[in-house]
Design a protein. Structure first.
Length: 317
């Protein structure tokens, strides 16, 4: 099969040919129709987080078809032991021995893959492969972040990319007001945010016109945490939604006072997946995508790094 692999972190991806994967016990073999690009792929490629195996096939937002014709989605969480204290208390996202697609398990930058059947999610029929793929991490982690942000009316989104453009639609559907924060002077992305339903869009260095009940930070810039704290109303929450973030600068305790909270999001559960895919179909979520052929996966990561597209890049084998 054709595949693109990460041989060494910090170096460009390499196009190659690999043996067709054979499914083991409780695994499905999938013919890949699309795999969305996630910033975690970029963190792995740029060596901002550690790879656990090299070479590795990146990609964890996989839409594929089984040998018997079923269409499923494969997310970041690819395997859990089912026995640790977290798995047995409905917190499999924190499993002590979890394995993750596209890091510990070869992922979707290829023509074929194998996946644990337990972690293959059924997909709605009314979305193309390319439209469905971004729902499987940007949307799914975004949905978990939205739940952890609470039920407040005024929601801030920092970093308006793949996840934010879907979660903005979901929050508006829920009747919330969305305030979008982008890089300063990024008028193109601010206009994109307003198209997705944000009532206000400005730079991350700006104060919104209203205090916020919660803010979700999708960008990996730690300096946004103190900035987001300053936008909160009393009892507000800052949710850090990424797997990697640069160091958070110190800030005065006054900015944390009034029962402000800072929390992270770690991975996902299958229940998150079922809930999110049902909600995405109900809304319905419309993903903004830019397609790349498999051989241009490195270019897709470069364009993500540079912010050259709105929404989500999708690899199509």
């Amino acid at each position: 099969m054709r595949a693109v692999i990460l041989e060494r972190q910090g170096e460009p991806l390499k196009t190659t040919t690999l043996p067709d994967p054979e499914p083991g016990p409780d695994q499905l073999r999938l013919k890949i129709g699309a795999c969305a690009v996630c910033r975690t792929d970029l963190h792995l490629r740029d060596h901002e987080i550690e790879a656990t195996k090299l070479p590795v096939v990146l990609g964890h937002q996989i839409v594929g078809t089984t040998d018997d014709g079923r269409r499923v989605g494969v997310p970041w969480l690819g395997w859990t032991d089912g026995t640790c204290k977290f798995c047995t208390s409905h917190r499999e996202n924190l499993c002590l021995n979890a394995r993750f697609t596209g890091r510990d398990i070869d992922g979707g930058y290829a023509e074929l893959t194998v996946a644990d059947e337990r972690y293959c999610l059924p997909l709605p029929d009314d979305l193309t492969d390319e439209q469905a793929a971004p729902l499987l991490c940007g949307g799914l982690i975004g949905y978990r972040s939205l739940k952890l942000a609470g039920d407040g009316q005024r929601l801030g989104l920092y970093g308006f990319g793949s996840a934010a453009h879907m979660i903005c639609q979901a929050a508006v559907y829920q009747g919330r007001e969305v305030y979008a924060f982008t890089r300063p002077n990024d008028e193109r992305t601010q206009a994109f945010a307003r198209e997705q339903g944000a009532i206000w869009a400005g730079g991350s260095d700006e104060q919104p016109p209203e205090l916020l009940d919660a803010a979700i930070i999708f960008a990996s810039a730690g300096e946004l945490v103190p900035q987001a704290l300053k936008t909160l109303d009393r009892d507000g929450t800052v949710v850090c939604a990424g797997i990697h973030m640069t160091d958070i600068p110190s800030f005065p305790y006054d900015d944390l006072y009034w029962e402000h909270k800072i929390r992270s999001v770690a991975n996902l559960t299958r229940q998150d997946g079922y809930e999110w895919l049902a909600l995405a179909r109900e809304i319905p979520i419309r993903t903004s995508i830019t397609n790349y052929p498999l051989e241009e996966a490195e270019q897709a990561l470069a364009d993500l790094r540079a912010g050259r597209f709105e929404g989500t890049a999708v690899i199509v084998p």
